[in-house]
Design a protein around this ligand. Structure first.
Ligand code: GLV
Ligand code: MN
Ligand code: MN
Length: 414
């Protein structure tokens, strides 16, 4: 057996595999889209399965389609797990989730090939869905692991074409009646490597971060009801235009977040109108709001303020307004002991990491209900993410993967 310090990752293989994975779901105009249970998603999971098998791990697909590669530990006990999500947003980049998956495969297979059987069970996982990439829900894979799926969810939740999650599961050979079999109660520690998705590490350094807090996120749906009318024959002062109301609300929502101050953020990311006709004043407008704050009480205040400004803007224009909470996930503190391991691993790689709050949501926040969880961040070039330009310097991808490998070595081999 080689000494722990000598564990090396295969840097070229790591970078090559990131490129290979980015071809699954690549869009003709740039960026990618790997939506849950679609052909590109299946192709990505098959690729990861092949890598895990090549690395000598026992590979299985669980009841919701998370891909696990495992090696038993000589002492048994609870498992040490690393990974991230394999789905992407529409028009997303090559690293959000993918880095944590490819680095997990690289770290685990390098450790096993160089140090042999670990003391603890060691697993790499590609989590099937985190982004809300297709269905009107999110964190599907991690919630299945953490036993957070609602009983009727698979048959209730639909994609934009009206296909239920349950039918989409059947389409890729999964049985929705077995979802509960994905639950894991035997994970000790989960470590996730991820790109920062913001500008802090790139602008202020250092090249590695550890996450203390993950932001809380609420998703709201606002329905604005006015009156459809003729676009030519209805004078401007006689209209009850739902879209104009929604536009005023969008500005007021952004202002509410700005007024609360950082780290409050609010985003109107989707909007649709009815009847959606070029020559008809919109009678109904529907839009979504993504509202975030790392302080749970402040997030609740932000939601209340957003609701208030929408109602006020509606009243001023004689429009009906309904605000509905689609989901509201609180902010999460990651585990101190696991984070200390991650910090030591970064230091062993020559970097005292910055302690950070993540403005993005992560599988780690859901899994923290079921395990001790830590996250390592690497810089994002220009702070860009959820866009085709998302990128991280190769040397930072390598550095982050080395830190992940060192953390897993301490957790699984010492
Ligand atoms: C996922 O990336 C999110 O933060 O919404
Ligand atoms: Mn994302
Ligand atoms: Mn992600």
């Amino acid at each position: 057996m080689r000494t722990a310090e000598s564990v090396a990752i295969d840097e070229r293989r790591l970078l090559r595999r990131l490129d290979e994975l980015a071809q699954r779901g690549a869009l003709p105009g740039g960026g990618l889209y790997r939506a849950l249970y679609t052909p590109s998603h299946v192709a990505a999971t098959e690729l990861v399965s092949d890598w895990l098998k090549e690395g000598g791990l026992l590979v299985r697909r669980d009841a919701v389609g998370n891909i696990w590669g495992r090696i038993e530990g000589s002492r048994g006990g609870r498992a040490i797990v690393t990974g991230s999500h394999i789905d992407t947003v529409r028009g997303g980049g090559a690293l959000d989730g993918a880095l944590g998956v490819v680095a997990a495969v690289e770290a685990v297979t390098s450790l096993v090939s160089q140090l042999g059987r670990p003391n603890r069970i060691l697993e790499a996982v590609a989590i099937c869905e985190e982004e809300g990439s297709r269905f009107a829900t999110n964190f599907w894979g991690a919630r299945a692991i953490a036993d957070r799926i609602e009983p009727d969810e698979a048959s209730r939740v639909r994609d934009a074409d009206g296909i239920t999650l349950a039918d989409a599961m059947r389409g890729v050979g999964l049985d929705p009646s077995t979802i509960a079999q994905a639950v894991r109660r035997d994970i000790d520690t989960f470590v996730e490597l991820h790109i920062e998705q913001g500008p802090i590490l790139e602008e202020d350094g250092p090249r590695l971060g550890v996450v203390r807090t993950i932001v809380g996120t609420a998703h709201l749906e606002v329905v604005v009801r006015g009156q459809p009318d003729h676009a030519g024959a209805t004078a401007m002062d006689r209209r009850r235009d739902a879209l104009l109301g929604a536009a005023a609300m969008t500005l007021a929502i952004a202002e509410a977040a700005r007024e609360m101050g950082p780290p409050a953020v609010a985003t109107v990311g989707t909007i649709s109108v009815e009847p959606a006709q070029l020559n008809v004043v919109p009678g109904v407008a529907r839009f979504t709001v993504d509202a975030r704050h790392s302080d749970n009480a402040r997030r609740v205040e932000l939601i209340a303020e957003i609701t208030k400004v929408c109602k006020v803007a509606g009243r001023e224009r004689e429009l009906g307004v309904e605000v509905r909470t689609l989901r509201d996930r609180p902010s999460v503190q990651l585990n101190e002991r696991a984070t200390d391991v991650a910090r030591r691993a970064c230091v062993a790689c020559g970097v005292e990491p910055r302690e950070m709050t993540s403005g993005a949501g992560h599988d780690a926040q859901v899994l923290s209900a079921a395990a001790h969880v830590a996250m390592i961040f690497v810089p994002s070039i220009g702070g860009r993410s959820h866009c085709p330009e998302e990128a991280t310097a190769a040397e930072d991808v390598i550095l982050g993967t080395r830190a992940l490998t060192a953390a897993l070595r301490e957790l699984a081999y010492s």
